[in-house]
Design a protein. Structure first.
Length: 490
């Protein structure tokens, strides 16, 4: 084992690797609860089902089936991806469904189906086809080495801005889901109106706690994560989720319904709805002809978008985590970076077959690296922990969004670090980086942020005489996004 994983060679030991693997798992275990919520709009009783009901549509049963399917698929996808990292790349990196990408999937296929009058299950399956194809493209780029070339050819300012923008986007989703920020017809958004909720409750006899408690619980949860992190408490995020879940039910004076029979139903829905998606001929037709995708061009743009976002997310994670671990080669690139990318692309394909959104390398792997993990043994330990989660669906179903929202906000905090490295003294770097950062949350789209940042960079580089031969790649990306903005509504 020592020889296979190169434990001694990398200055580690078995105990350290086990602890590193456990640390990584507890840092990212929130994805077990959060990912199905993000993809399925929080399931049968979530915000999407509620919005559909207000519009006179009942899609709660279908969203519940999708939630169950994604719950199982996302765990198995994480197991497969992390095992690949353990035995192929032999690196201490874990994989799971990417944050931001899951929200993008929901908006592109699930909610688009609901409000587009399309059968939600069919929209879900069409989305899986798009993810599957993007994974195959990703795999081809990885095998040929083109993916690494494209990543290295990207402007440095965008490399640093994209992860930060994704973080800001994820944080906004968390703030919105918890009710910490609300819509305002005059200012666009506002902080939760505690006084207004209490006033309305007194006037109309409504329960002010429905609006206030989730927001306050989420705020407390974020502070708890920060406090735990300061004192280096292991599993700070998952611990905060559990504490906030209890706090939520105490404040709401409710008792959660813990139904063990849900385990069987979860696996049943996974078998009947989840894993069958890409094997359905109708799904392939829907992906390229019918709504919610809306045609071949739209499908191609979605495939490219998922590829681009996953590529940038993975590259940023690999470089950042490998740098933290001192596992860079003489050129400043992560050791065995091609193998890590290959594992990432295979995991994406596997995730699509199973029925979940893009599987990618997780930035929380850095927590395990910080605990001393240096080899694939840590990843093996993490994957075993994920396997145990397959039977936690009853627990996941009673975790309120107010408890998981702080995890999203905290991930946003972590991902914002990269923006500090942008050269803000060079305006030709600062403006594209800022646009990529701010446009992701403001347009509610990671892809839009990337596209706008790329277009700005190409124009500024050309006008100021800084355009170089290597900028051909980003020029192609900018042109593709210009076509998307003109021909695709997203």
């Amino acid at each position: 084992m020592d020889k296979f994983f190169k434990i001694s060679e990398r200055g580690s030991d078995v105990r350290t690797e086990i602890m590193g693997g456990l640390t990584t798992f507890f840092a990212m275990a929130y994805i077990v609860f959060v990912n199905p919520n993000q993809v399925a709009g929080e399931g049968a009783t979530g915000w999407l089902a509620g919005a559909a009901a207000e519009a006179g549509m009942d899609v709660s049963a279908q969203l519940g089936q999708i939630w169950n399917s994604v719950f199982i698929a996302s765990i198995i996808g994480a197991i497969i991806g992390t095992l690949l990292m353990a035995f192929v790349a032999k690196m201490p990196f874990a994989q799971a469904c990417g944050m931001g990408l899951n929200a993008f999937f929901c908006s592109s296929f699930i909610s688009a189906s609901v409000f587009g009058g399309v059968n939600v299950i069919e929209g879900y399956h069409a989305g899986m086809v798009i993810i599957f194809i993007s994974g195959l493209v990703f795999l081809l780029l990885s095998v040929t080495g083109a993916r690494e070339y494209i990543a290295k050819a990207l402007p440095d300012c965008l490399k640093k801005a994209i992860p930060a923008g994704i973080g800001l986007f994820i944080a906004m989703i968390g703030l919105k889901n918890a009710g910490l920020i609300q819509a305002n017809q005059y200012t666009f958004v506002q902080f939760v109106d505690i006084h207004g909720a209490i006033t309305d409750a007194n006037a109309n006899g409504t329960d002010w706690k429905l609006a206030v408690v989730p927001a306050l619980v989420a705020f407390v949860g974020l502070l708890l994560i920060a406090i735990f992190e300061h004192y280096h408490v292991k599993g700070s995020v998952i611990l905060s989720i559990l504490i906030c879940s209890v706090l939520y039910y105490v404040c709401m004076t409710e008792v959660p319904n813990f139904d063990l029979s849900a385990i069987g139903q979860t696996f049943k829905d996974f078998g009947e709805v989840g894993i069958v998606g890409i094997f359905d001929g109708q799904a392939w037709s829907d992906a390229f002809v019918n709504a919610p995708v809306g045609g071949v061009f739209n499908a191609i743009m979605l495939i490219i978008t998922f590829c681009l976002v996953d590529m940038f997310d993975t590259i940023g994670t690999l470089y950042g985590t490998a740098s933290q671990a001192g596992m860079l080669d003489e050129n400043g690139d992560p050791i065995d970076v091609n193998k890590s990318m290959l594992c990432d692309s295979v995991a994406t394909v596997a995730g699509a077959v199973l029925g979940t959104s893009t599987v990618t390398t997780f930035v929380e792997s850095s927590s395990g690296v910080a605990a001393g993990a240096r080899t694939g043994l840590a990843s093996l330990v993490t994957s075993i922990c994920f396997a145990l989660c397959l039977f936690l669906s009853p627990l996941a179903s009673i975790i309120p969004s107010a408890a998981t929202a702080p995890a999203l906000i905290y991930v946003g905090v972590l991902m914002m670090k990269s923006f500090a490295k942008v050269n803000m003294d060079d305006i030709t770097s600062a403006v594209p980086a800022f646009l990529a950062l701010i446009m992701m949350p403001l347009t509610y789209s990671i892809a839009n942020g990337i596209g706008i940042g790329a277009i700005a960079y190409v124009v500024l580089s050309a006008v100021t005489g800084k355009y170089q031969k290597k900028d051909i790649i980003i020029t192609i990306i900018a042109l593709l996004f210009m076509l998307k903005f003109v021909f695709v509504t997203m």
